[in-house]
Design a protein around this ligand. Structure first.
Ligand code: PLP
Length: 434
């Protein structure tokens, strides 16, 4: 395993201080000592029969921040009272709305401000990025993905191969784990890249795989892809807001993510894009263009002849989706207050406690397939169940736990550091063994 040294030290410091205990009292003590415990108050927690549910599904749809309704209402009010003039005179002028998201977004993914933009939705953005960065030539036409990527990403890659006249089953390389294993070894990913070096056009990985919860060593993968002469991009849907990212330093070519999972920005919420500045500053890169990507100074001259803005903003097509962006803006304010490093610190402990409690269960009929190394995972643990997995999941649901079932036999649970507690982790495991 090629390690990012800095991260490993960080993780070791957090866990070496902690000796866990299997009691409610201990879980409550961890909550009292948690410097982020006040952030739970910022969210609406769904209820069942009058009691708060144990919501471990923030990896699928994050909870509603309490500042979101007013953020939407502000835009509704400005629209009501100003009509079209709101583009320039609203409290947050709509003409510039995406700019209000840039600073926080850049911080969240470790990018320069010019390297990020918020627009569209996730799969659309993945298609836009592949349209620009998948440029097959001669023998070099293959696309490599991680084992079992999210189906939408798989379809996106299939369709890009088909669009360029290839048979996707020939053009798609899926990096497989070793026999009997669930997670990928970094050395095997690198070996697969090297073995296909002459054929590979693009490597595109989910930064955190949605099924296994494995967080990949981005730096090592980018390095290997570049050495092979390929472009390297990531789908960070399960990573953004979950782990601190360093997309610029890792030298990724592009990345995309959604805002409705760990970023709590509402169903179907808007999406983010990263384009490394070496591409962003190159107007020659082919793209699907629209007026919002044109140079802002000449946008309203309404003339033919597209001149992209420098940076990721040059990939925009349409004017800003103000309503979903208003929620996103409100949600990002909470991330700025909490800080991604502090969230990660709590997350390592919270998920570490969940893992430790599960390990204490005698003769368990399930196993955790997410990597045991905290450097290789975020919030989520994926529990591979036995023959009665579906019944187990139904029991959890019945008792007020929101987790999800992923075919063929995995229950995914994601305690989220912004609003979940150590007590919930403890109570979850009590229900699991009941
Ligand atoms: C959630 C998720 C999607 C969903 O795509 P949408 O376009 O937002 O519907 C796609 N890819 C990954 C990796 C995801 O985790």
């Amino acid at each position: 395993m090629v390690k990012t040294f800095e991260r490993t030290i960080f993780v070791m410091n957090i866990l070496s201080e902690t000796v866990f205990e299997n009691t409610l009292e201990f879980a409550r003590k961890l909550d009292r000592e948690d410097p982020l415990n006040k952030f739970r108050e910022e969210f609406f927690i769904p209820r069942k029969d009058g009691s708060e549910m144990i919501y471990f599904c923030g990896n699928s749809l994050g909870l509603q921040p309490k500042n979101a309704p007013e953020a939407i209402e502000q835009e509704m009010r400005d629209w009501r009272e100003l009509g079209v003039k709101g583009h320039f005179t609203a409290k947050h002028p709509w003409f510039s709305y995406h700019h209000f998201l840039t600073q926080s977004t850049a911080r969240l993914v470790g990018a320069k401000e010019s390297e990020v933009v918020v627009m569209n939705s996730l799969t659309v953005n993945l298609q836009l990025m592949l349209t620009s960065f998948y440029r097959p030539e001669g023998k070099r036409y293959k696309i490599m993905v991680e084992n079992g990527p999210f189906p939408s990403d798989h379809y996106a890659v299939e369709s890009q191969l088909n669009l360029h006249g290839y048979d996707w089953e020939d053009g798609l390389i899926e990096c497989k784990p070793r026999e009997g294993e669930h997670i990928l070894k970094t050395e095997d990913i690198i070996e697969t890249i090297e073995r296909n070096a002459n054929d590979l056009a693009v490597v595109v990985f989910g930064g955190v795989n949605y099924y296994s919860g494995q967080f990949f060593d981005h730096k090592a993968i980018v390095e290997a892809a570049h050495k092979a002469g390929a472009i390297c991009g990531f789908d960070e849907a399960h990573a953004t807001g979950n782990l601190p990212l360093k997309l610029h330093d890792w030298d990724a070519d592009f990345a995309v993510w959604c805002s409705y999972k760990y970023l709590n920005s509402g169903p179907g919420g808007t999406s983010g894009v990263f384009v490394h500045e070496r591409h962003g500053n190159n107007p020659e890169i082919p793209r699907l263009a629209g007026w919002w990507g044109n140079d802002e100074k000449t946008r309203f001259e309404m003339k033919p002849g597209f001149h992209p803005q420098p940076g990721a903003a040059g990939w925009q097509l349409s004017n800003a989706q103000v309503l979903p962006m208003a929620i996103h803006k409100a949600s990002l304010e909470i991330f700025d207050q909490a800080g991604m490093l502090a969230l990660r610190e709590k997350s390592i402990k919270l998920t570490g406690y969940l893992e430790w409690l599960i390990q204490q269960i005698p003769n368990a009929e399930f196993e955790i397939i997410t990597p045991a190394d905290p450097d290789q995972r975020g919030c989520q643990l994926s529990i591979l169940t036995g023959a009665n997995g579906k019944t187990l999941h139904e029991k959890l649901t019945e008792q007020g736990v929101v987790s999800d079932w992923r075919e063929p036999n995995v229950i995914r649970v994601a305690p989220v550091p912004l609003y979940n507690t150590f007590e919930e982790v403890y109570r979850f495991v009590q229900i699991l063994v009941s």
